[in-house]
Design a protein. Structure first.
Length: 147
C-alpha cells in the first residue's frame, strides 16, 4: 500500500511556488492546497503582477481550491504555505473553515499569530515551522536583493 505524502513533501512543493514568485520579483511566498493527499491548487504571490494587494498565495489557493471542489468550504483540506499567513489570509482561512494549516517560516512582523485573539476557525489544526530554515532562506535572499 502506498504511504501518503508527508508535510515535508508538500512544503517542498510550496517552496517551488515561492521560487516562481521570486523569479517574477514578487515576495517569494508559495502555497499548495491539498485534499485527500492530492494537490488541488498550486499558487504563489501575485500582488505586483496583478496590482492587487489581496493576491497573496493563500488567497489564490483558497479561490482555486474552492473552484476545483465546487465548494466554499475547505474543511477537508490542508494549506501548505512557506510563510506564516498574515491577518487577512488567516481571516479568509476562517471563512473557508480550513481543516489544517501548515506553514514554514514565522512572520514576526505581520503573521497572524501576533494577534492575541484566535482568528483561525476552531476546527483548523495548525502546524508551524515545517522546513522553516528553507522557507526563511528564500525570504532573506529576496529582501537582501531589495536593500
Amino acid at each position: 500500500m502506498l504511504q501518503p505524502y508527508d508535510d515535508n513533501y508538500f512544503m517542498k512543493q510550496a517552496l517551488l511556488e515561492a521560487q516562481k514568485a521570486f523569479e517574477k520579483d514578487e515576495v517569494p511566498v508559495g502555497a499548495v492546497l491539498v485534499s485527500k493527499n492530492k494537490i488541488i491548487a498550486r499558487t504563489h504571490n501575485l500582488t505586483e503582477q496583478l496590482t492587487d494587494f489581496t493576491a497573496h498565495a493563500e488567497m489564490q489557493a483558497f479561490t482555486a481550491g474552492s473552484s476545483f471542489l465546487d465548494n466554499k468550504y475547505l474543511n477537508e483540506c490542508t494549506l501548505y504555505v512557506t510563510l506564516e499567513p498574515c491577518v487577512m489570509c488567516a481571516g479568509a482561512a476562517f471563512w473557508t473553515r480550513l481543516g489544517r494549516l501548515v506553514y514554514g517560516a514565522r512572520d514576526e512582523r505581520r503573521g497572524y499569530d501576533r494577534i492575541t485573539e484566535k482568528i483561525l476557525h476552531p476546527v483548523t489544526q495548525v502546524k508551524g515551522s515545517v522546513m522553516a530554515d528553507e522557507c526563511g532562506s528564500i525570504m532573506k535572499q529576496y529582501f537582501a536583493l531589495k536593500r
